[in-house]
Design a protein around this ligand. Structure first.
Ligand code: SF4
Length: 373
């Protein structure tokens, strides 16, 4: 087995197994972080394992009684997993109130032994008062967690965790660059696996593996790619079967703007201020995301720049079914891509998708169209 394959195998993690192994090894528990932005550093500083909750391909039954059919697909599956007890292995769950659906999830939480800690991201983010407000929200998260685990989470431990997370973000940005240059070695599903595995490992461990992987990619010769090169944008590109279709069609994902992937690593936690203020300021500095309100919508020119910088052929928006924040951004993206003459495709993402045939047909036609551009 090659060195690269052996690293990728270590990154192919079963989340339930990861939680159980972590508990056995450390005696500490795991805290679920409902997508997409939570102050994971506080959990990490408590010595616990932060676990990203991004739903999954589950049959929807129980959720039908509590969420309307027009709630987004990811929250439908998160709620189904909660109601069926899959999250009972967790110590607590953190949930931001970034959109209406997330607010509803927090209000409808049913697991009494797994406390839900909800907090609010201020939408008018740039005001100094927003930083003060969010720092207080994060302090509240910290105090609730301290109550749950029965131990204080010291400032010094959070400072150290911030360093670990900033280092991880830098390494992931480097991986994204190296993977974009080597689509022959990192196909769309493998690229996704590397990003997703970060939600089930302590970040220092993930950093070490991805750093090694990136070094191997950087050593490999850059080969010409004759298939279409795309930028993926949206909340997430799952289920994995759609990434398999991209591989079959010889499509390279040369960069992404997915909430589950590169948006996680876009902005570091700054150096100045108290620990809570620093974490809050990171949210103030976030850009290019449908959930982080900004009047000027930097996401749109950012996507144009990404196309130019990565010499991509097109942008594919992976539109999460019934996601209002993403749907609001789409008309602006479409208008600008038309003006810039950049091919654009919107595909619907439904985690419960049973068949990828419709997706395959749309991607095939898009690839044909790109060949004749
Ligand atoms: S941001 Fe979109 S995908 Fe995420 S919870 Fe809200 S509606 Fe669902």
């Amino acid at each position: 087995m090659s060195k690269m394959q052996s690293i990728l195998e270590k990154l192919a993690i079963n989340p339930v197994q990861a939680v159980e192994d972590y508990k056995k090894k450390t005696g500490k528990g795991a805290v679920g972080c409902i997508a997409p932005y939570t102050p994971e550093e506080i959990i990490h500083a408590a010595g616990m394992l932060p676990i990203g909750l991004w739903g999954g391909q589950v049959e929807l039954n129980k959720v039908r009684a509590v969420l309307p059919a027009f709630a987004c697909s990811i929250m439908q599956s998160i709620k189904e997993l909660e109601l069926s007890g899959s999250y009972d292995i967790l110590t607590a769950v953190l949930c931001p109130s970034s959109c209406d659906t997330l607010k509803a999830i927090g209000q409808k939480w049913t697991r009494k032994d797994v406390p839900m800690i909800q907090f609010v991201h201020p939408h008018n983010r740039k005001l100094p008062a927003a930083r003060t407000f969010l720092a207080k929200e994060y302090q509240h998260v910290r105090e609730r967690l301290e109550n749950v685990i029965g131990e204080p989470i010291p400032d010094e431990a959070i400072v150290q965790s911030i360093q670990v997370y900033n280092e991880h973000r830098a390494v992931m940005r480097e991986f994204a660059r190296a993977a974009g240059a080597h689509p022959d070695l990192i196909d769309p599903k493998t690229r996704h696996l590397v990003f997703k595995s970060a939600f089930f490992m302590r970040k220092e461990e993930h950093t070490a593996l991805v750093r090694e992987l990136t070094a191997l990619l950087d050593e490999a010769p850059v080969k010409p790619w004759d298939g279409p090169k795309i930028i993926l944008s949206g909340i997430m590109a799952e289920p994995d079967s759609i990434l398999d279709v991209m591989k079959e069609l010889h499509i390279a994902v040369v960069a992404d703007d997915l909430a589950q992937e590169s948006r996680q690593n876009r902005v570091d936690v700054p150096e100045d201020g108290t620990v809570m203020e620093r974490l809050a300021e990171q949210w103030q500095n976030m850009y290019g995301c449908s959930l982080a309100y900004e009047h000027e919508k930097t996401r749109v020119p950012m996507l144009v720049d990404m196309v130019k910088k990565n010499q991509a052929d097109a942008v594919v928006v992976a539109m999460m079914k019934f996601c209002d924040p993403e749907e609001f951004d789409y008309p602006m993206i479409k208008q600008t891509m038309e003006k810039e003459n950049i091919p654009l495709l919107q595909v619907e993402i439904d985690q419960q998708m049973q068949s990828v045939e419709q997706f395959r047909t749309r991607m095939q036609s898009f690839v044909e169209m790109l060949r004749h551009e």
